[in-house]
Design a protein around this ligand. Sequence first.
Ligand code: SF4
Length: 249
Amino acid sequence: MAAKTKRKKPKKSPSRAKASAARPARKAKSAKPQRAGGTDPVRVAQILQKLDEAYPNATCELKHDNAFQLLISTILSAQCTDVRVNQVAETLYKKYPDAKAFAYATPSELEQDIRPTGFFRNKTKSVMGASKAILEKFGGEVPRTMEEILTLPGVARKTGNVVLGTAYGIASGVVVDTHVLRLSNRLDLSRNEDPKKVEQDLMEIIPREKWIQFSHQLIWHGRRVCHARKPKCIECNMESLCYAKDKTV
Ligand code: SF4
């Protein structure tokens, strides 16, 4: 048997070695977005405590008797105030008491019934589509998982979180509406602008058992004190913890 001969590794030529040394270092593949500086667990716990002190009874301000009504009211609340939706809902649920009534409504009539909430044509499509899907796919019951609820027309994560959290007490995420978005940035709990990313950030730093209440409390604070324009910082019990650029004190 012939003895194996060991192959020698070819030496780098001096010119190639020089070129690779001059090449700039490769960028890291996926640079993680910078984490908000205010997410220190002690600070987050202090914010949660302040919210508990200020809003111990915060809850969803859309009036409803059941999960289905809350779902419809949440769809109607897009680009509309809860007060206006509640006014419309008062007569709406008498005329359309369940999913069947909405599913087989006359579209032009329903459009007029929900017109004061704005975007009434699209909302009619969503309300009727969601009602039909609930009847046909879920036996007339609003589903209890995020995966299923997201299959309903006109329903995205925000609506899913509102319904699952408030009607069923299921913490599937954090509601990120315009108030939660603004306050999460002001309180430096997230440096993202996209609601989905903000929700992920909040889910990482807020204990799960607080997700539902935290959403309600932040929405209440946004409506009552931390307004988009001219926040009432002098009335805010989180003022000592807040270093927002647009603080008014
Ligand atoms: S101090 Fe002002 S900006 Fe900061 S959370 Fe309170 S109201 Fe909002």
